[in-house]
Design a protein around this ligand. Structure first.
Ligand code: P5A
Ligand code: ZN
Length: 494
């Protein structure tokens, strides 16, 4: 325990997380509907800064749309695989007042079946393609697993879903690559590290041909899926009869993709960077990047130099504001120490202390939230030094988190001819880390591994074959049946 009373996040992530959400003013979890939470003003500011980044990345090649929340039952049921995956998670609206509806309406669990019947109306010829749209909306899923603020909610308040339609499969696959690149840029700005894998067939999005996922590592060694990208191929096009007239006059089905991100990205920022003093926010998304704390002792309020300190703080504040830094001046009557704890809890990346002695040297003191390093900085260069320091904090947070992820991917050597890998060895390794091991493409081996160890197969690493490829270049052998297979990542998951 620290003075701030917060546990270490590695020791008990759940209590650490809930405590932080409350004390840093992110979410109020007391709303009396299971799986629904209230965004506090500070939490919403953080959420909006994160989503502004996402929005500006999306806007480069997508158009924003806004579809209704309610979906007719017959539309929702049309795509057989899709509804098989979602039927147990749908909230239904069955009545208008006391009148039973002719056609029950679903609260969207995701919007494929809301959007694709309309795509059918929008798409006539090859000239209408490609279509790339996105929306940021709330969606509803009747989650039966343990609900958790931002991580597993029943009302996803910040569901960014993109939907695209293309003339060919090759173009749809090209879009998958673009979406992966775009999500990389997004998480890079949040300083949230990730592994990207192709999900095993039994864990793909209902109705997709295949799914690619981003996962990050949580402090307790479990991974959390923070984004998914799906190749839908012609599956939904066939169901909803979405066709276009090709250049040669023939009628063809479109090829589709969809990809999504939820407020789990906010949870990831909190969980990956925070510590026992509270939040640590990457400067790019911090609602307050700098707090200035005047060092004025209550005894000497009118003592010598106090007015000058106040004035120096105000002029530094004005200069930083002018330079587009999100800065506040905390001139409340609290003691400086109490202010430090408060702003540390809120994750403000940089604190500037300025007292009479500093002013005599024409300087101030920078205290970084990421490593608590203190430096004396001349007031003449304070503004550029703030910018430099914020950039450095952003970089350092990402480097530190990436290093932590990389050092928590454990390679399990392939089973030797005839000899199985010990399950106890795997169980131990996967307790706090992601493990990389070989599995054959037999679904039963994957399922057996998952059930025995209580883990999930994340899948084969997508693209970046440098990560966790395992030792040796020889034939790779399945840890369950020793037949030949390929390397996959496996972890306990949220
Ligand atoms: C892609 C967008 C889809 O729904 N349809 C449109 C596709 N994919 S998904 O994987 O089912 O969801 C996308 C991401 O949303 C997050 N997520 C959740 N976050 C919080 N609470 C939930 N109950 C929840 N369910 C899904 C995951 O990060 C998922 O990858
Ligand atoms: Zn096998």
């Amino acid at each position: 325990m620290h003075q701030n009373g917060i546990l270490k996040k590695e020791d008990n992530f759940s209590s650490w997380y809930n405590e932080i959400l409350k004390r840093a003013g992110i979410l109020d979890v007391r709303y009396p509907v299971k799986g629904e939470y209230v965004w506090y003003p500070y939490g919403l500011k953080l959420r909006n800064l994160i989503y502004n980044i996402l929005r500006s990345l999306m806007d480069k090649e997508h158009e924003e749309v806004l579809f209704p929340l309610l979906i007719r039952r017959d539309e929702l049921l049309k795509e057989k695989e899709h509804i098989k995956g979602f039927e147990d998670e749908v909230f239904w609206v069955t009545h208008g007042g006391s009148t039973e509806l002719d056609i029950p309406l679903a609260l969207r669990p995701t919007s494929e079946t809301a959007i694709y019947p309309v795509f059918k109306l929008w798409i006539r010829s090859h000239r209408d393609l490609p279509i790339r749209v996105y929306q940021i909306v709330n969606t509803f899923r009747y989650e039966t697993k343990h609900t958790r603020p931002l991580i597993r909610v029943r009302e996803i308040t910040s569901f960014k879903e993109a939907h695209t339609a293309h003339a060919s499969r090759a173009e749809a696959e090209e879009q998958i690559k673009k979406a992966v690149a775009l999500y990389k840029l997004f998480f890079d700005q949040l300083a949230v590290p990730y592994v990207i894998t192709k999900r095993p067939s039994w864990d793909k999005f209902p109705g997709a041909e295949y799914s690619i996922a981003f996962d990050t590592l949580m402090p307790d060694g479990r991974t959390m899926q923070i984004a998914t990208i799906h190749l839908l191929g012609e599956n939904f096009a066939r169901t909803f009869d979405i066709r276009y007239e090709a250049e040669d006059g023939s009628s063809k089905l479109v090829n589709q993709t969809c990809y999504g991100i939820s407020e789990r990205c906010v949870a990831a920022v909190i969980a990956v960077h925070g510590d026992e003093h509270g939040l640590i926010l990457p400067p790019k998304v911090a609602p307050i990047q700098v707090v200035i704390v005047p060092i004025i002792f209550s005894g000497d309020k009118n003592g010598s130099g106090m007015e000058e300190v106040k004035e120096a703080c105000i002029s530094l504040y004005e200069a930083l504001k002018e330079a587009d830094v999100r800065v506040i001046l905390d001139d409340s009557p609290e003691r400086p120490g109490a202010k430090y704890y408060y702003w540390e809890m809120k994750g403000v990346p940089l604190r500037i202390e300025l007292g009479p002695r500093d002013l005599n040297n024409n300087s101030c003191v920078f205290v970084r939230r990421d490593d608590f390093r203190k430096t004396q900085v001349s007031l003449n260069t304070a503004v550029p030094e703030v910018k430099k320091t914020l950039d450095d904090i952003q970089r350092h947070l990402y480097a530190r988190a990436k290093e932590k992820l990389a050092s928590n991917i454990i390679n399990i050597e392939d089973s030797k001819m005839g000899k199985m890998v010990e399950m106890d060895e795997l169980r131990k390794a996967v307790r706090n880390s992601i493990i990389s091991l070989t599995l054959c493409d037999n679904e039963s081996c994957g399922k057996e591994l998952e059930d025995t160890l209580g883990v999930s197969v994340l899948g084969e690493v997508y693209e970046d074959k440098g990560v966790a490829e395992g030792e040796g270049s020889g034939k790779k052998r399945c840890v369950i049946c020793t037949r030949s297979g390929s390397r996959v990542l496996v972890a306990r998951t949220y």
